[in-house]
Design a protein around this ligand. Structure first.
Ligand code: ZN
Length: 239
């Protein structure tokens, strides 16, 4: 099936996962817009890197540049205000009693999808693309495949408009995400992902590692570093 005439909206945070999702969408949909959310996250640097990532992605391929449409950043301070978590407060990142890390923002992706759906409706986008992943995630229940499928049904029914939610990373680990990046855009795109995207929960861009910038200690950095090591040891050509 060709998606050349179809319109997609990508949940784009400026992190590694959503950047690969953006390229994935640019590869197949005729028109691609992006949406980001400002909910007072500690790693607000993510939001700051977004324009540059978009700009550089567009420069990789004229076809992608032609397809890349508007960017939308929605303020969602309310979400930050009601969630006492390590992502929105100066709290230590650790495991809590519920076996979830203290970075867990309850219902975050449900809220994101709802707003993305509302915007997609207005913009005439049928496809919503997001970087949720069940493979090496931190156990966030709103990243689960069943949650995303339930949201697809809820949005489709609740707005009486057919939506398709795509999560191209759902069943691959971080090493697989690097491999997918290379498959989609080659070495240039992997370089862009490493250099420009931001995943560190602490917002640290002062330290540059082989796998990109970050504190190197937080769960997001550890996942990214482990994925890079695994991928480079398999591909054998990046170190
Ligand atoms: Zn970090």
């Amino acid at each position: 099936m060709s998606f050349e005439n179809e319109h997609a909206l990508v949940l784009f945070s400026g992190g590694q996962d959503s950047t690969v999702c953006l390229a994935w969408a640019l590869q197949r949909f005729g028109k691609v817009e992006t949406i980001g959310f400002d909910y007072g996250q500690r790693h607000a640097i993510e939001l700051a890197v977004r324009p540059r990532v978009r700009e550089r992605i567009a420069s990789l391929d004229p076809a992608w540049a032609a397809r890349l449409g508007e960017d939308h950043v929605l303020p969602l301070e309310t979400l930050g205000r009601i969630s006492e978590t390590a992502l929105t407060r100066e709290t230590a990142i650790a495991m809590a009693d519920n076996n979830l890390p203290t970075t867990f923002v309850p219902g975050r992706n449900l809220v994101f999808f709802t707003f993305a759906g509302a915007l997609a409706y207005r913009r005439g986008a049928k496809h919503i693309v997001a970087g949720m992943c069940e493979t090496d995630y931190s156990g966030y229940p709103d990243c689960r495949d069943d949650t995303v499928k339930a949201m697809q049904v809820a949005l489709t029914l609740g707005m009486d408009r057919r939506f398709v939610l795509h999560t191209p990373l759902m069943w691959i680990d971080k090493a697989g995400t690097f491999a997918l990046a290379e498959q989609i855009g080659g070495k240039k795109f992997v370089d862009l992902v490493v250099e420009e995207t931001h995943s560190c929960y602490l917002g640290d861009r002062s330290r540059r590692h082989d796998w990109g910038y970050g504190c190197g200690q937080c769960p997001a950095c550890q996942l990214r570093a482990a994925g890079w090591d695994k991928w480079t040891s398999v591909s054998g050509n990046r170190k």
